[in-house]
Ligand binder design. Sequence first.
Ligand SMILES: *Cc1c(COP(=O)(O)O)cnc(C)c1O
Length: 454
Amino acid sequence: MTLRHLPSVETLLGSATDLIDAYGRPLTLDALRAALDSARVAIREGKPTPDSSQLLSAARADLEHRTAPTLRPVINATGVILHTNLGRSLLSDEAAAALVSVSQHYSTLEYDLAKGERGSRSAHAERLLAQATGAEAALVVNNAASALLLALSALAKGKEVIVSRGQLVEIGGGFRVPDVMKQSGAKLVEVGTTNRTHPRDLADAITPKTAALLRAHHSNFKIVGFTTEPTLDEMAAIAREHNLPVIDDLGSGALLDTAAFGLAHEPMAQESVKAGAALVIFSGDKLLGGPQAGIIVGQKALVEKLKKHPLARALRADKLTLAPLAATLLHYLKDEATRKVPVWRMIAVPLNEIETRARRWAESWGGSVIDGQSTVGGGSLPGETLPTKLAALAVPSPNRFLARLRSASTPIIARVEGDLVVFDPRTVSEKEEEEMVKSVGLALFHPLIPNPSP
Ligand SMILES: *Cc1c(COP(=O)(O)O)cnc(C)c1O
């Protein structure tokens, strides 16, 4: 057998009509050439010459692989509710429906139906945000990092912003508060020490160049022991004396009290507004449980100033954000967030419900149920956990087993605790349960059949 027994690419293309239908001619041609190239290499190594149907299947497998989505759903069995790597918060059914609906229809994004003329995109989520937080006004941008950039650019460019040393945080993904401040053109004035900052440290640093006081939530770490920080009330009092705004970067920014669910109290947006922060910044996809967004609420005059800044246009939120955000906010206004918003449902689910599901899984796999801890994640509530029940499996090679689960048609992300592979029902929806139980069973009882992975 030699190279000249290989069919030509034109011949292969002639019998690849189904591939051309599915993937288009350019991609198909590319895949057929690649299949022929590999065949030539194999033949030179002494392997048999593949026939046309083998070459076509190789091209098909290649095309499937090349066009498989890389951003796709997974089952999160880690028990980390706001898992940044796995997409943070999940949308409620209503928010998801709102997203699909505006994505496939024209909408009132900037159209006033009553007047039949141009309207404002502020009419949607921003009105609801003001209502939900008690603020005078609101603005939605791409994410909380851009919200901070916009606020500092509009209010403090070329001026000074005073912040406590203990709050110069890095929140993951290399995002550092001081770096964002630098980008805005504001000059950072650090006061106090890592563990202790007193109100007078802030007051003493105020000069004619000061544009704002900034508070940044610690998010993902805790300073314990001999520590103190000015409260927001104290900061607001100092700021008022000097006619300066306080910008409060809450990070997660809850609208409900986490303390009602056995957790520490996470700062709430309403509290910051009430305490007198001029601008309060938080994420849409952390404890709010909506789409990725940066939310700014606060004094009308300042919010208007931000809206007029050129960066506001560059950072503005689109309809695919505003529609699900508005739907999510409605759950809070209707006092149904703990029933409807997945993040809060997962926080609030009773332990006995988790245990029932963990038992069901463990029984079906021949595993056991052990006590464990779920975490909220998303840069909120550092060190805080929720007691949970885990379905646990003893397998010969936990890490290989985890890899096998990741190759399931809907990948499953589990974790290892001690030498057990554990699954936390808290972050697995009822809808995902059947598929997950089946996939894990398959991995356990047919360990040698490789799962086809795209
Ligand atoms: C998470 C976080 C941010 C960034 O939020 P994104 O919406 O991801 O941009 C900013 N500040 C703090 C304190 C945070 O915790």
